[in-house]
Design a protein around this ligand. Sequence first.
Ligand SMILES: O=C1CCCN[C@@H]1CCCn1cnc2cc(F)c(F)cc2c1=O
Ligand SMILES: [Mg+2]
Length: 518
Amino acid sequence: GLGLSKKKDENFGEWYSEVVVNSEMIEYYDISGCYILRPWTIAIWETMQAFFDAEIKKMKIKNCYFPLFVSPGVLEREKDHIEGFAPEVAWVTKSGKSDLEVPIAIRPTSETVMYPYFAKWIRGHRDLPLKLNQWCNVVRWEFSNPTPFIRSREFLWQEGHTAFATKAEADVEVLEILELYRRIYEEYMAVPVVKGKKSENEKFAGGLYTTSVEVLDMFFMYIYMYNLILLLMPLYGEPEDINSCMQAFIPNTGRGVQGATSHCLGQNFAKMFEINFENENREKGMVWQNSWAYSTRTIGVMVMVHGDDKGLVLPPKVAAIQAIVVPVPYKNTPMEEIYDACSKTVDTLTKAGIRAEADISDNQTPGWKYSHWEMKGVPLRIEIGPKDLEKNQVRVVRRDNSAKEDIPVSNLVEQVQDILVKIHENLFNVAKEKRDASIKVAKTWEEFMEALNQKKMILAPWCDEQAVEEEVKKRTKGEIGAAKSLCTPFEQPELPEGTLCFASGKPAKKWTYWGRSY
Ligand SMILES: O=C1CCCN[C@@H]1CCCn1cnc2cc(F)c(F)cc2c1=O
Ligand SMILES: [Mg+2]
């Protein structure tokens, strides 16, 4: 029957898997870690892509397409760039029955694919800046439990790769792109984020610095916890034990980067790939580079943040259908009039740019339709029955808070547009309140540990020493993971003179978010 069998607060991992399938976003595939992205997902991806693509075109960034396949020599060009990642690289070793002379890697990211050609194309300062982006898939043969959108062996993303004559230009672009990522999350997906810088420990090892938009989502971390627990299942016995154990485990702790990062690579890759140029004074210099990406993982985060026990909840901006019109038959009232009113309503809304459809399938009851479209997360339902006809009105029902309202047909477009804006704002504010409630400020080790054990994220003054972060990891290692820095927010709270680091007691240099990870 309809409806979810798992509750979000009780069994997050299974709730999530059920929502993405029942809302017809995902179909599971026979190869582990691979998922079918159904139209309901692609409509969301395309909306975000349309926004981001238009914005980077304004920045004179050009789209290109590099091959999926990477020759081994190139991939391994820089050991420490891919050290640690090597087990994730997928290789083609045969064609038909015969083995390939040399195995070919499938791109997990495209630095090593693109940068030899950057070296070839960039000769003089007139070749700079070189700013390219590609919309593509990448493959990373991850081993720990796959999760739709969040952790899959193939995913869609855009990857931007830019080269500049000066660091100043690169620094500016890093933040311009990060602002676009903030807008994708906040203006499209109604998900609040914190812009910040990753620590030396957490940044992209191949780069100079990493900036990211952190969702600090209390459930996001849980999905990793949930997968970890599944691994422990054999030790813990039956699911109920696991559930009680998970009850303890539902961490309100944030976790890592949610699929949108903007790195300044400095000159590290320029050195590796000899990407240099002759400047105006005919001096040889290496270029300064950035690379930035967001992926379909962002869609999974949106599902986690807004979803509820009736299913998916779509922010109006990314909903393929923003308003679903449902006819409500009544005893022996002639249905033609009602169907007619439904299609008129759809036409009026469509003409106003609202994505509306009518569900006039004659093999389901209105109740079934209500559940179906709630499961799919359609932001607004419009019911039309005989009473509504008489009063020349429609009944609208909001998906986010179930509020019902009767609207005169004469004012339909304006009020529907207004309600869709209110739905977005409400989703954003509710998510913000939940996030803020899962963050605690800690100034001492005791306060830090107390907050961590309450499954909170922590904002703490830190001396910014790498060794101290390593120390924090060691001292907090436990069966549900260790604490690590999530990001140093660009918006820094007041740091009074003499404030000490929560972990080392040395003079604190900055406020940083910390959360549990394993
Ligand atoms: O995150 C981005 C933005 C877009 C371009 N790439 C950077 C860094 C990607 C970091 N990364 C992430 N994962 C990887 C997995 C691999 F198998 C591998 F060979 C390399 C990598 C790897 O470099
Ligand atoms: Mg990875």
